[in-house]
Write a protein that binds this ligand. Structure first.
Ligand code: SF4
Ligand SMILES: [Zn+2]
Length: 211
């Protein structure tokens, strides 16, 4: 919300972004809806999106840590998230503010931004404990990296990227299954082979002792 009736009298301040504010002269309350009033917040944001000084307004609100209202297209919750991500001094940089605002608005339009969100959105249960992947089982890009569904399942479950190729274990023959327990990367296959060889050697030694 443009703050042109603030401490600096209108007649004495230099011209700045506030002179072009779309909300200038409008009902002040419209930019201070109750945060639980989703329709009110969206209406205020719509006004901001048509405002020629949206980024300058967002920068003002962020640098002065405005707690209430919609400013520069950002709700109270979105600014609060940005306060956690950045130091106040960071907002002196207009290009950082522009990127932060665009990111907040993009996240609002596309709420799938965490790995877990994507996992929940793309997977569905199959019989016998298998887990299916919705849509084409092709490579896709997420947060700048390219994954196959199996690579993504591995990353979400193990917390690190796979080594080499991710394949089904011998126990799972369901092509579209991405159950993390039914897949392994090169490192895990090698560990499994080592364990099987060790077990076989121990069995052979035990048999030899018994004979
Ligand atoms: S971005 Fe929104 S709150 Fe800021 S000046 Fe423009 S209309 Fe007013
Ligand atoms: Zn499976």
């Amino acid at each position: 919300m443009s703050n042109y009736t603030g401490a600096v009298p209108e007649t004495k301040r230099k011209k700045d972004w506030r002179d072009q504010a779309a909300c200038r002269g409008t009902d002040n309350d419209a930019w201070f809806p109750n945060p639980t009033n989703a329709a009110g917040v969206q209406a205020a944001k719509a006004g901001c999106f048509a405002c020629p000084v949206m980024i300058a307004c967002a920068q003002y609100a962020l640098t002065t840590r405005q707690a209430d209202g919609v400013w520069g297209g950002l709700s109270e919750g979105q600014r609060s998230t940005l306060y956690k991500r950045h130091r106040t001094a960071d907002f002196d940089n207009p290009s950082l503010v522009r990127t932060a605002v665009h990111r907040a608005l993009r996240d609002e339009l596309n709420p799938i931004h965490s790995y877990r969100d994507l996992w929940d959105a793309r997977t569905y249960p199959l019989p016998d404990g298998h887990i299916g992947w919705k849509g084409a089982s092709q490579n896709f890009t997420f947060h700048g990296s390219v994954y196959t569904p199996n690579q993504f399942a591995f990353l979400v479950d193990r917390g690190h990227k796979p080594v080499g190729i991710v394949r089904h274990t011998p126990e799972c023959a369901v092509v579209e299954c991405v159950n993390p327990r039914h897949i392994a990367d090169n490192a895990e296959r090698w560990q499994r082979k080592q364990a099987e060889e060790r077990a076989a050697a121990l069995d052979a030694a035990a048999e030899e002792l018994a004979s």
